[in-house]
Design a protein around this ligand. Structure first.
Ligand code: NDP
Length: 478
């Protein structure tokens, strides 16, 4: 039986369905998920619109309790949901459990945060008047999410949207509708009023486009690739909708000559290759000071040779498959591009055969690369990373900043002075010292600069910026 869409509090079947395939075993059908028709997307938007006034007037206590319930159920079903996530997206089970736990924590965080919606009261510059600044819901928000974090990204958009009194239409990536459907089911059973949360599965070019262009959607929050994000911005801005975009990265990890080599290798391995390198925060550019270059490359190569690339749900697998054939083709195309550009492929880059027919790729490390090569300019979004040798710290920082992206960066060093200088001068929204570029907390802002992000930050209490609008009231004192 195919999984339906959630529209106005009802499960509504579509006319055709997405086949959700396990990337570790392409003979395994995870499930079928109905595509919403254009008319059904219209119904979902209308339902959210109709539910918005009453939902905006609910007490923070009501909203807190519902969000808490969702968070608790996600946590209670962590193992089962992690299995679904690993099966549909290809993260290893421990990685998937981490992501599910994070989704649960996000709902619990916003269950608390809703009680602290900020406001201000100021004296007027004129006599006898009070000024009160309050925050109100934006209205109906359209949420468009990518495939690489099938439950955490929907959670970090849906939870603050609902917490701050908005109604939601969620469109997950077609590749991974399973986790989004499970989340919708949990939200539905938690007892949210009909229409407050709606799920519509379908192609970005159909369902996503509709959300972006419909004037009844007040705000769009999107995570995905740069070209899609820019297109959304253009269309949504034209009709005056509020927009928030989280897009790609080409994140640098700088390894300085004074670095602890074990830490450097561990950060590079985790940041560049875990989660199959399919993270917007992945460290795809490893910028290494000449003095430790050989040692670093030898250490990382040895670590990569020890990785177990296999079925995401198999005990002992450290790197799961690539998400699908398209992404695998893209990864392998960039391996060829790197070779043609004159980079030295140190290890990996070849298709692997395993017991089951999945999209397995040996993690690839390039050396002797230059920052102007395409493999260092364009986001690959797979288990492929490049070493860029540099002569000193100043060059390392300059190379780190020489990119159109600005999501995350990292430095591995034992020098407090250099770490502090790097933190101050690197042009990214997030920066890590002696930690992998990927792997962030759920209660603090997430986002980047330059081509990586647009609009206000996601997550933590900074999410209030996007999901509320400010009202300034002037009141004559009686
Ligand atoms: P896409 O940009 O292709 O898709 C993202 C979402 O947008 C999907 O739900 C997709 O639908 C939808 N979409 C596609 N076309 C349109 C359109 N014309 N109008 C509206 N919606 C549309 O990215 P991927 O899903 O392939 O994700 C990988 C990319 O996302 C990488 O480049 C990565 O860097 C980036 N990313 C960035 C993150 C960040 O926070 N900075 C986090 C995670 C990923 P569908 O696929 O169902 O057709």
């Amino acid at each position: 039986m195919s999984h339906a869409n959630l529209i106005a509090g009802e499960w509504v079947h579509g006319s055709d369905a997405v086949r959700n395939i396990n990337p570790s075993d392409t003979t395994d059908l995870v499930g079928e998920y109905d595509r919403a028709s254009a008319a059904q997307v219209e119904d979902a938007i209308a339902a959210a619109r109709a539910a918005a006034p009453a939902w905006a007037r609910t007490t923070v206590q009501q909203r807190a309790e519902l969000l808490e319930k969702v968070g608790l159920e996600i946590m209670a079903r962590r193992g089962e949901l992690a299995d679904l996530l690993a099966r549909e997206e290809g993260k290893t089970l421990p990685e998937a459990a981490g992501e599910v736990g994070r989704a649960g924590q996000i709902f619990k965080f916003f269950a608390g945060e809703v009680l602290r919606i900020p406001g201000e009261r100021l004296g007027s510059v004129r006599p006898g008047i009070d000024v009160e600044i309050t925050r109100e819901p934006v209205g109906v928000v359209g949420l468009i999410t990518p495939w690489n974090f099938p439950i955490a990204i929907p959670a970090w958009k849906v939870a603050p949207a609902l917490a701050y009194g908005n109604c939601v239409v969620l469109k997950p990536a077609e590749l991974v509708p399973g986790c989004a459907w499970a989340l919708a089911d949990i939200i539905h059973r938690a007892g949210f009023p009909p229409g407050v949360f709606n799920l519509v599965v379908g192609r970005g070019s159909v369902v996503g486009e509709k959300l972006v262009s419909d004037s009844r959607i007040d705000a769009i929050s999107f995570t995905g690739s740069v070209p899609t994000g820019r297109g959304i911005l253009e269309k949504a801005a034209k009709r005056g909708a509020k927009v928030q975009l989280e897009m790609g990265g080409k994140n640098p990890l700088v390894v300085l000559a004074d670095a602890d080599m074990e830490t450097a290798v561990r950060c590079a391995l985790d940041g560049a290759f875990f989660a199959t390198g399919q993270r917007c925060t992945a460290s795809s550019r490893l910028i290494v000071e000449q003095a430790v270059h050989d040692k670093f490359v030898a250490g990382l190569t040895e670590a990569l040779r020890k990785q177990v690339v296999d079925d995401a749900r198999k005990q002992g697998t450290t790197i799961g498959p690539v998400v699908d054939q398209n992404q695998l083709d893209q990864d392998m195309r960039y391996v060829d591009i790197g070779k043609q550009e004159g980079a030295r492929l140190v290890v990996g880059g070849e298709r692997l055969n395993r017991e089951k027919s999945g999209y397995y790729l040996a993690p690839a490390l390039f050396d002797n690369t230059r920052n102007d090569m395409r493999i260092n300019r364009e986001e690959i979004f797979g288990p492929v990373a490049s070493v860029i040798p540099v002569k000193d710290y100043d060059e390392a920082l300059a190379v780190a900043n020489d990119t159109s992206f600005g999501l995350c960066s990292g430095v591995v060093t034992t020098s407090l002075k250099k770490a502090a200088h790097f933190r101050r001068n690197v042009e990214t929204g997030m920066v890590m010292v002696n930690l992998p570029t990927a792997g962030v907390d759920y209660h603090v802002p997430f986002g980047g600069r330059k081509g990586s992000s647009y609009g206000s930050r996601e997550q933590g209490r900074y999410a209030v910026e996007f999901y509320t609008q400010v009202k300034t009231a002037y009141v004559m004192q009686s």
